[in-house]
Write a protein of this length. Sequence first.
Length: 187
Amino acid sequence: MAVLRKFARPLLASVFVSGGYAALRHPEASPSDVTPTALPFADRLRKLPQDPEQLARITGAVQVGAGALLALGRMPRVAAAALAVTLAPAALAVDPFWTITDPEERARQRGRFFADLSLLGALLLAAADTHGKPSLAYRTKSGARHATDAVADRVHRTGDGVHSAADSLTGGVRDLADGVRARLPVN
């Protein structure tokens, strides 16, 4: 699987790096498509700029940066999640095939929309990929279970030791009492 990841991540990232680079170089090409859908999101999130070209540049920069990180295998889960966040609003803004009446254009936009959905699915898989290692939650539960078993075993062994010591002590006291009784004159 490691070899597959080495090839799959750069292939997945390539579309975002090239698209992000285009948005950085020519942000004026994006606003006409993105403006109706993206600006309401920008209104809700006060930190995002209201200027469509600036919004396109930010999206492009995130796509280039996160795409490069994903392609290089550096923080791939974070990079894939960042790319997914940039893809979802763009897919809804650029490919609203349900609003188009021309059958040919509608079919073309539907194809782009489902291609974007496929990319989103691939990004979600990349964001959830743990490199074959168990998740942190699994490792935590497993460690807790191991610690609980170790403590229970230690308590059981300590209890056995205390029981054995008590038996030895009781036997020793009994032997001592028998020895003392044997030496005392009995009336």
